[in-house]
Ligand binder design. Structure first.
Ligand code: NAD
Ligand code: RM4
Length: 250
């Protein structure tokens, strides 16, 4: 029970990685606030089934007001904010030379600006509570490598990792730790269409030393670790969770 009594906000917690992280935190005794853009019934049922406590808040993470909304929900239902997992994100795969301005702007606003607003809101609450906290951004292997159809997306993933590095400095004096996880290729809705291409799927699978694409549950352990006191001296760090994909150049 590494997170017993702690309140964890997970943005984008209704699906994919966020859902697995929300359930993983609940299994470790956390109360969970799930932020989402669409329906959250499944994750609430998952957490209920294991006897955990969770509430869902529907709101667009790109809206600067959403951070405060989530913090207020956490305080109202569970009395505090101890951990933030900034996970909500989109990746509308698109070629570079004809990238529509609205696709670029939306990707930046959801992935990077959204992460900033919610981090700021959670950090202010943690500071006022006076007992520290942990913030984990779901960045990506894409913070380190490029993608032909991801020229709008990879800068946001480098950006959220950079945000955690700067926040680790800005918030260290309050005992608030800020770290990133860098998932490799994890099978979720975000890449369903991209990986429907059999050649691309085989290429990705063959590049991964551990021999398989990731599952959302692969992220739960690393996030719980960074959220917990087991990682009490870890801040400003980035943890690759990619089955070895990044190091497999030749
Ligand atoms: P997903 O599509 O399964 O889940 C995305 C979640 O974000 C959903 O809960 C959705 O409701 C939420 N969301 C999307 N737009 C939102 C908005 N405007 N406001 C609030 N919530 C919003 O995708 P996923 O793969 O689980 O992605 C989660 C995070 O992991 C993203 O930040 C993504 O960049 C990152 N990531 C994914 C992979 C991968 O291979 N799947 C790899 C590296 C990083
Ligand atoms: C990740 C990484 C994955 C891709 C997802 C959408 O950051 O690039 O390979 O499938 O984004």
């Amino acid at each position: 029970m590494l997170l017993e009594g702690k309140t964890v906000i997970v943005t984008g917690g209704s699906r994919g990685i966020g859902r697995a992280v929300a359930v993983g935190c609940a299994k470790q005794g956390a109360n969970v606030v799930v932020s989402h853009h669409s329906h959250a019934d499944e994750v609430l049922a998952d957490i209920d089934k294991i006897g955990g406590k969770a509430v869902a808040v529907q709101s667009d993470i790109a809206d600067p007001a959403t951070g405060t909304l989530l913090v207020n929900a956490a305080v109202k239902h569970f009395g505090s904010v101890d951990v933030l997992v900034s996970n909500a994100g989109i990746c509308p795969f698109h070629s570079f030379l004809d990238m529509p301005v609205d696709v670029l702007k939306r990707t930046m606003e959801v992935n990077l600006h959204g992460a900033f607003y919610v981090t700021q809101a959670a950090a202010n609450r943690m500071k006022d509570q006076g007992r520290g906290g942990a913030i984990i951004a779901v960045s990506s292997i894409s913070a380190l490598v490029g993608g032909e159809m991801q020229t709008h997306y990879t800068p946001t993933k480098a950006g959220v990792h950079s945000l955690m590095q700067s926040c680790a400095i800005a918030l260290g004096k309050y005992g608030i730790r800020c770290n990133s996880v860098l998932p490799g290729t994890i099978l979720t809705d975000i890449n369903k269409d991209d990986l429907a291409d059999a050649d691309k799927l085989a290429y990705m699978q063959n590049r991964i030393p551990l021999g398989r694409l990731g599952e959302p549950e692969d992220l739960a352990g690393p996030v719980v670790f960074l959220a917990s006191d087991m990682a009490r001296y870890v801040t400003g760090a980035a943890l690759l969770v990619d089955g070895g994909l990044f190091v497999n150049l030749q």
